[in-house]
Write a protein that binds this ligand. Structure first.
Ligand code: ADP
Ligand code: MG
Length: 280
């Protein structure tokens, strides 16, 4: 068996490394059985994500992005096909795949520190209280929130709450960090700050990121590949863009590059011409 945390691909890797991908989705489909009959949300999704890759998924609202990431998290199971992490089928949630949601998912009666401690305590029952407290402290510092450790969610801004959620997800060292529109509810400046923090954390922790966003610029700035989904029902992957920008990325420099606008136009063309959203 290989070590449980091998991140052999270079961070600038734009495509899966040779050999076993970290995450492998094969012919994945999801049908919801509703009172109105079966609803095919996703069909025939094939995607491989290499260790250390940063992959964004974009697509119109309702196309099935959350359905997809929830299956990777193990919150629900595919109705066809398979999803595997290092060759092992995903059947339930686990600390190797931690999720950050758009809507702040902190327990309101616990402080920032306690929200993170709760998860660390669950995942590392054999560590001492001191060790667990150190892990929490370290991760609060990582997201610049050491000072806010004893504040409750209602005393924190939206950006701070998302920082706590990211710290909580990273505190148990997941192999894959899953983010479902994590910055969707934040103002533009806070959003840019958090994007840069996320990139720095990803570079230092060398984790693998699968992130959903409906913000094309965010996807192009952050990721190695942008997976573009067709509209539902029976949504699937329409096209994958490989993002060539070197890392570390400097936002102002990328925004000046003609390649950025070429990729942006390709994504806009995909989303607003080839797969324009039907509002019915
Ligand atoms: P997205 O995250 O891209 O906005 P979702 O994955 O939330 O899309 O939803 C995809 C489609 O599946 C939508 O049409 C939605 O109404 C439907 N859907 C999602 N969850 C359920 C469910 N539990 N039961 C029935 N239909 C669902
Ligand atoms: Mg969603």
């Amino acid at each position: 068996m290989t070590s449980s945390r091998t991140f052999s691909s270079p961070l600038s890797s734009a495509s899966p490394v040779a050999g076993l991908p970290l995450l492998c989705l094969q012919n994945v489909g999801k049908t919801y059985f509703t009172s109105a009959g079966p609803f095919v949300a996703l069909e025939n999704i094939n995607l491989e994500v290499a260790a250390g890759e940063f992959v964004c998924i974009i697509g119109h609202s309702g196309c099935g992005k959350s359905t997809l990431i929830n299956m990777v998290a193990g919150f629900s199971t595919p109705t066809s096909g398979s999803i595997a992490l290092k060759g092992q089928p995903i059947t339930s949630p686990g600390p190797d795949r931690m999720m950050v949601f758009q809507h702040y998912s902190l327990l309101p009666w616990l402080t920032a520190f306690e929200n993170i401690y709760l998860v660390v305590d669950q995942v590392y029952p054999n560590k001492s209280r001191r060790e667990k407290r150190e892990i929490v402290q370290e991760h609060l510092e990582l997201v610049g929130l050491a000072e806010a450790a004893h504040k409750r969610p209602k005393q924190l801004s939206g950006g701070m709450k998302q920082r706590v959620a990211i710290a909580r997800a990273l505190a148990v060292r997941p192999q894959v960090l899953l983010l479902d529109e994590p910055f969707g509810a934040l103002d533009a400046i806070t959003k840019e700050d958090l994007q840069d923090e996320l990139l720095a954390i990803w570079r230092d922790h060398r984790c693998t990121v699968l992130m959903i966003t409906h913000d094309i610029d965010e996807a192009l700035y952050l990721s190695d590949r942008v997976v573009m989904m067709t509209n539902g029902p029976a949504a699937h992957i329409g096209e994958i863009l490989t993002i060539p920008f070197e890392r570390p990325r400097i936002r102002s420099r990328i925004m000046e590059m003609p390649e950025f606008y070429e990729l942006r136009n390709r994504a806009l063309d995909f989303l607003y011409r080839r797969f324009a959203h039907r509002e019915d």
